[in-house]
Design a protein around this ligand. Structure first.
Ligand code: MTE
Ligand code: MO
Length: 544
């Protein structure tokens, strides 16, 4: 480096490029930080990373989404957002280098990203209009101006400005950019440091404002006292929970209950301002209900096993909880709704959540006498935010994507012909009855148990039909009947076990279940799309 008192000449070509790339990165950071701050004022969902991530989720082909869920599990959202950040960082570096030669083009490049963020935000199903574009636009303008300014401090490009060739000479060109002559090192350092500090500040402020905005929701949840249900669940029969190490607990604790949704920001809904509207076809008395209204209704408590249509054979997206809620069928009947079999015009009940998700259920099944719920409690607690606080829907026997709308705020009666909800638009079936399935929980795949008696055990489910029989097969041997744990209800899964006299060597263990209608789980392997995976679960072990 040269004398500080004189204006230094333009730095070497590589130094200059590195500084330009760094300027790009800084401009990107400033843009995102500004956007985060503005989004705190608008709403967290309008943040460009959240919007672009959400738009990507909306457009991901089901096969890729499935793959992501299989490989990253509940981390899929984190992986997606990190991926977006890495791509943005690479572009920001490139834009900085471009800006060194073409200052306006570089700055315009930053604006293009703002437009992408804005379009993504406006395209989300929960978009609340033009204000959702603000964070991306304001952020991009700040980033573009900053980049234009910083690049101006660097002086003209160190290499000769020929369009095709580069001269390998590191000598400074004395042509003026911005300040005239060489580079304005002092101005650059001051501007860059100030921008970095301001951006970091914006992130801190944005985050804390966002956290505070969820506080009223958190406070409203803390205040919820779940009423005693008029119709409590029967105690879980003592024999329903086997004492076998490694088996899934009969009741899944809230903290380990699987979570599947498209929300990059978990909606924090304030129960005191929450409303549920019931309207549409055949609704003679539309309803607009508060949380207090809902708690004031007759509440029932039921054990219901929920399953995701994206659950692979042997997969983890199934859980059983004790739910408290209002009977959905009664509520609909009070509004004048009749199921199709009683002459009602509506075939589909479309639930809409605060985040714009739409989930369509068959009115016939919802009202056929099963315990369809507007649930407010899960295992004795108000619903966790991740599981739909303050209210979610549940219909025993139907996969979550056609029944279990979380953060529900609207119920519309319509027909299957008139409207396709979110997942149906993406290639999944309109109807999603849960398929009969069984899973080996223990031994785990590739376990090395000792020869002798090895307990094979797991769960089987066929919600609303119940489980009648479970059989286990070792290698190509005969099907042997497993011992069934006591059944809680036909809406819950059922544990089973089989003491196996294991001899040394490699073995394949397979399970299959038969439901309450006498039908045995099919061997035919299908993928999860369009209406749930089928096939038998097998585990390979080596007995030592
Ligand atoms: N608002 C909203 N509700 C939703 C979803 C969603 O993405 N958004 N996913 C559904 C799916 S696919 C399933 S399997 C269940 C999962 O509920 P859980 O996360 O409480 O286990 O929620 C359903 N309800
Ligand atoms: Mo699901």
């Amino acid at each position: 480096m040269t004398d500080d008192r004189k204006k230094p000449p333009t730095p070497g070509r590589w130094t200059q490029r590195a500084l330009a790339a760094g300027s790009g990165l800084l401009a990107g950071f400033a843009a995102l930080a500004t956007a985060e701050l503005v989004s705190a004022a608008v709403r967290p969902q309008s943040d460009p990373i959240v919007a672009v991530g959400g738009a990507a989720i909306d457009r991901t082909p089901p096969a890729v989404k499935d793959w992501a869920i299989q490989h990253f599990g509940t981390n899929d959202k984190l992986v997606l957002q990190s991926g977006i950040l890495v791509v943005l960082a690479l572009f920001a570096l490139a834009i900085g280098i471009v800006a060194l030669r073409f200052r306006r083009t570089g700055a315009a490049g930053v604006l293009v990203f703002g437009v992408v963020g804005a379009v993504a935000a406006l395209s989300r199903p929960d978009s609340e209009g033009l204000t959702d574009a603000l964070p991306s636009i304001v952020g991009a303008v700040v980033g573009a101006v900053l980049l234009y300014f910083l690049i101006g401090r660097l002086g003209s490009p160190a290499a000769a400005p020929g369009p095709a060739t580069e001269r390998p000479d590191d000598q400074a060109e004395e042509t003026a950019t911005g300040t005239g002559g060489g580079w304005d090192r002092r101005g650059f350092v001051i501007a860059a440091s100030a921008a970095a500090a301001a951006s970091a500040g914006a992130v801190v402020i944005g985050r804390s404002v966002n956290a505070a905005s969820g506080q009223s929701a958190v406070a409203s949840r803390d205040k919820v006292v779940l009423p005693r249900p008029q119709s409590p669940a029967r105690p879980v029969p003592r024999g329903a929970q086997l004492r076998i190490p490694g088996i899934s607990p009969f009741t899944t604790p809230n903290g380990s209950f699987y979570r599947v949704d498209t929300a990059l920001v978990v909606p924090k809904v304030d129960a005191t301002t929450w409303r549920l509207r019931v309207h549409g076809m055949g609704v003679r008395r539309p309803l607009d209900l508060s949380f207090a209204d809902l708690l004031g209704r007759e509440l029932i408590e039921r054990d219901i096993t929920l399953t995701c249509v994206s659950n692979e054979v042997g997969g983890p997206y199934v859980g059983n909880a004790r739910w408290i809620g209002a009977r959905l069928a009664d509520l609909l009947a009070e509004c004048g709704v009749k199921p199709p079999s009683k002459g009602g015009p509506a075939t589909q009940l479309v639930a809409r959540s605060v985040d714009g998700m739409t989930i369509g259920s068959p009115v016939e099944e919802v009202m056929d006498g099963r315990d369809s719920l507007l649930a407010v409690g899960m295992n004795g607690q108000p619903l966790p935010f991740t599981h739909g606080f303050p209210v979610r829907m549940l219909v025993p026997g139907l996969y979550g994507y056609v029944s279990a709308c979380k953060w529900i705020t609207d119920l519309e009666l319509t027909t299957f012909d008139a409207y396709d909800p979110y997942w149906v638009q993406r290639g999944w079936s309109r109807l999603g009855p849960i398929k009969t399935e069984s899973r080996i929980d223990t031994p785990k795949p590739f376990a090395r148990p000792k020869a002798g008696t090895v307990m094979i055990a797991g769960v089987a489910w066929a919600q609303h039909r119940g489980i009648e029989k479970v059989e286990v097969r070792v290698d190509d041997g005969p099907w042997e009947q497993a011992r069934l744990a006591a059944q809680d209800t036909r809406d819950t899964w059922r544990q089973w076990s089989y003491p196996w006299r294991a001899d040394k060597g490699g073995h394949t263990l397979t399970v299959r279940a038969t439901d309450g209608t006498g039908r045995t789980q099919t061997q035919r392997r299908t993928q999860t799309i369009p209406n749930g995976a089928s096939g038998w679960h097998s585990v390979v072990v080596t007995v030592d």
